[in-house]
Design a protein around this ligand. Sequence first.
Ligand code: NAG
Length: 195
Amino acid sequence: MDACNGLYKYVWLANVRFCISIHVPLWMAVMVYTNMFGWQMQERLQKVIREDYNGENVVGNAIIIPAYGEEPNEERIENMKKFNLCGGRPIKFLISAPTMRVPKDVINTSNAFLAFRATIIAVQKHNRDPENQPIRSVLCPGLGTAVGNMPFDRCAFQMLEAFEIHDLKIKDSLLNPPNLWVVTNHNDFMEDYCE
Ligand SMILES: *[C@@H]1O[C@H](CO)[C@@H](O)[C@H](O)[C@H]1NC(C)=O
């Protein structure tokens, strides 16, 4: 873990660096997205959801699209520096990973786990395709912590669980659960987790 602009934490993975901001709620992140990328990104994402995902991106699925229809211009790059994200390096992709179907409380759910799990798996799949420019670092807000109201510590724990199971692959009993109880217990533990 490494401090990143004070707000974000870098978590080094096997080959992808996740930049997680547990203390930045999602609404702030959303403003940053719109300021940085404009509305074009949302419109392109909506088109992909309509055409390839039957009109809905559900919790537990993640979609990766290029951040820009075309290469970011100087003004955009200047904007990124202004918002102090990732040292002003161009952000090339958007990963859309919903934490809720509709805006509502997700305090007692495992949705942060499901959304981050989907993110990791989508990046791995993206990187397996030699046609794609590989993703080496990911910037991610505290999932489910704004409208969703999930406590920061629970969100952080759930995201770490997803990381350990699906990137580090150090929890085989959850990667290949021997029975439903293992999953049930894990889910209950994540839903109730508090420091
Ligand atoms: C979440 O769980 C706590 C503890 O069981 C409970 O007090 C609270 O009402 C629950 N909140 C929601 C929105 O389900």
